[in-house]
Ligand binder design. Structure first.
Ligand code: 13P
Length: 249
């Protein structure tokens, strides 16, 4: 009943021309696949051109971040309504790289989610523990803090515009995927937590993606887990063939 989502986070890779070329290659490889929602997240400068390039296909566009104000003297920031204007329907919020390198906090994540949804975007909200946190048995506590802070005062209605992405920091870009069971355990925990926060029907409907070294050869095992509803893919989304193989798992 939850439609899977396969999202590609291109991070800081690809020029405009390379981004457009990638979706041109991707479209024919996923054209018959309507059973998953396919999303790509290029760098800001490529969004508008990639939006033109995916028109008429079922590939949807995401940005990798946003600001929470609509406009004003905020040099360097991009407002959700401008992302919508550029053709985005999704925005990734609170990626661990933003938390690690750019001072993103649960409070700023919360502001960004509210602003994104108010502007008509869907938010892909990222959470995940570091290796030290996992090894000291802090995983559930860390995820709970991130979700309670990030999702504070979000209305029940808004939840239909939210996707959660569980990305253990130790699995990102390392080739070290969480095992199916490790991922499922945290996904089940996240769903139970959302049930506690906003009720079982919303928890049953919310899509929870796994991210961290997802590849064509491990996607199937992850996707057969009951609480894993899709993948947020980094490295393997940069090539049409491997991303299509994941989307067509
Ligand atoms: P990798 O798939 O390269 O590990 O990256 C995961 C990620 O951070 C997606 O947002």
């Amino acid at each position: 009943m939850r439609k899977p989502v396969i999202a590609g986070n291109w991070k800081l890779y690809k020029t405009i021309a390379e981004s457009v070329a990638l979706v041109h290659e991707l479209i024919p490889l996923v054209v018959g696949n309507q059973r998953v929602d396919i999303v790509v997240a290029p760098v800001f400068t490529a969004l508008s051109r990639v939006s033109d390039a995916v028109e008429g296909s079922h590939i949807m566009l995401a940005s990798q971040d946003c600001y929470w104000e609509e406009e004003g003297a905020f040099t360097g920031e991009v407002a959700p309504k401008l992302l919508k204007d550029a053709g985005c329907s999704y925005v990734i919020i609170g990626h661990s790289e933003r938390r690690q390198y750019f001072g993103e906090s649960d409070l700023t994540v919360n502001k960004k989610i509210k602003a994104a949804i108010a502007a008509g975007l869907r938010a892909i909200v990222c959470v995940g523990e570091s290796l030290a946190e996992r090894e000291s048995d802090q995983t559930f506590a860390v995820i709970e803090t991130q979700l309670k802070g990030g999702l504070a005062d979000i209305s029940e209605e808004a939840f239909s515009h939210i996707i959660i992405a569980y990305e253990p920091v130790w699995a990102i870009g390392t080739g070290k995927t969480a095992t199916d069971a490790q991922a499922q355990e945290v996904h089940a925990f996240i769903r139970q937590l959302i049930a506690r926060l906003v009720g079982q029907p919303i928890a049953d409907a919310v899509r929870i993606l796994y991210g961290g070294s997802v590849k064509p050869d491990n996607v199937k095992g992850l996707m057969t887990q009951p609480d894993i509803d899709g993948a947020l893919v980094g490295g393997a989304s940069l090539k049409a063939e491997s991303f299509a193989a994941i989307a067509n798992f």
